[in-house]
Design a protein around this ligand. Structure first.
Ligand code: TRP
Length: 355
């Protein structure tokens, strides 16, 4: 795990601010690749943590590619028969929040052969020891033991480098947990350029764009996660939302106040309402005052349901048109294949594998 204020994290934050200014000046000089694993419904944490930011950048004129990481989903579990439903569900989530298929490219790993083939040359550019030092891989090895960690899990950060570099993305909006992956992608780009394309660097060294949004906790007070059943899915109905929030953990203090360190659960609920209403958590807390947990929960429920009513209606409509969702994915796949094919050709040429 990374400490919160390491020098490199601070540097990444400062760098992100500089990049935001550059985006404002010249959005077309940036290409973003970002992605999600199809392991469950996207939730409000994803919305405020990353989806909203993707839409903002797209609308600012930055080119956006969104990867559905279906091969990454099988690093630690078998491929499930639910994959088609989960993949199309992600497409519906993306479109409902405002990712525009006319401008953005949405595609799945498994459909883009040339992207995956980049894994081989890229694996030759990093050592086993370097991969083993990656915190995500290290955590997996510590939790499951080497014997249980699959080869795919072990090569996860290298595969992710292929995701990013296949389209020459120069910007990756990430949370701080993904920074070490990005570091491996940068190392691979640099080494490839040094070894095979020294005169004119072929790959850009992608940069992280750290989101500004503070982290929401799950409804049980632990880390919010798609697979822990502790979040409000984007697609939840108003009634389901009310039920989920009614079950959220709070504390027994009557007066509601925003003190995230001392009262993390209450703080996270206030933050959620505040994000939905574009105001400060202190303002939300002030209105509730001595209303206690019940008033807090109804305020949060109402804020979520108001904020997402339109997104949810759009999503429900999209869900009834699976053919359209498939068409969006097919168009994204075609475009990703063409980009990946060109990159693989160039990589092979530069590596003298061209006959
Ligand atoms: N690893 C990311 C996650 O678990 C998903 C992902 C796959 C990704 N490939 C990517 C993110 C490339 C950014 C860039 O959420």
């Amino acid at each position: 795990m990374l400490a919160t204020a390491t020098p490199s994290l601070l540097a990444s934050r400062q760098r992100s601010d500089t990049i935001e200014a550059a985006i404002e000046r010249d959005p077309r000089s940036f290409r973003i690749l970002t992605g999600d694993r199809p392991t469950g419904a996207l939730h409000l944490g994803h919305y405020f943590g990353t989806l909203q930011n993707r839409v903002r950048l797209q609308d600012a004129g930055v080119e956006l590619l969104v990867l559905i990481a279906d091969y990454q989903a099988i690093t630690d579990r078998d491929a499930s028969a639910d994959l088609p439903r989960d993949v199309l569900g992600l497409v519906a989530d993306y479109l409902a929040v405002g990712i525009d298929p006319a401008r953005a490219t949405i595609f799945a790993h498994s459909q883009v052969e040339a992207l995956n083939q980049l894994l081989l040359p890229f694996l030759s550019l990093v050592s086993v020891a370097e991969i083993g030092r990656n915190p995500t891989v290290k955590d997996e090895v510590a939790a499951a033991g080497t014997a249980a960690v699959t080869g795919l899990m072990f090569s996860y950060p290298v595969h992710q480098a292929a995701d990013i570099l296949f389209c020459h993305a120069n910007l990756v909006p990430v949370g701080k947990d993904q920074l070490p992956h990005l570091e491996i992608a940068r190392t691979i780009a640099r080494r490839f350029n040094e070894r095979y394309s020294p005169a004119v660097p072929y790959f850009p060294e992608p940069e992280a764009l750290l989101g500004a949004a503070p982290l929401l906790l799950g409804l049980d007070g632990t880390k919010m996660s798609k697979t822990r059943n502790n979040s409000v899915p984007l697609r939840a109905t108003a009634d389901q939302t009310a039920k989920l929030i009614a079950g959220a953990r709070t504390d027994s203090e009557r007066v509601i106040s925003y003190e995230p360190d001392r009262r993390p659960e209450v703080g996270s609920l206030l933050l959620l309402a505040a994000l939905c209403r574009d105001e400060s958590p202190h303002a939300v807390a002030g209105r509730i005052g001595a209303g206690g947990a019940a008033a807090l929960k109804s305020a949060v429920t109402e804020a979520v349901n108001d904020r997402f009513a339109t997104v949810r209606a759009r999503r429900a409509e999209l869900q009834t048109d699976q053919g359209y969702l498939r068409d969006v994915l097919a168009a994204g796949t075609r475009r990703a294949r063409s980009v990946a094919g060109e990159t693989l050709d160039a990589v092979r040429r530069l590596m003298h594998c061209s006959y």
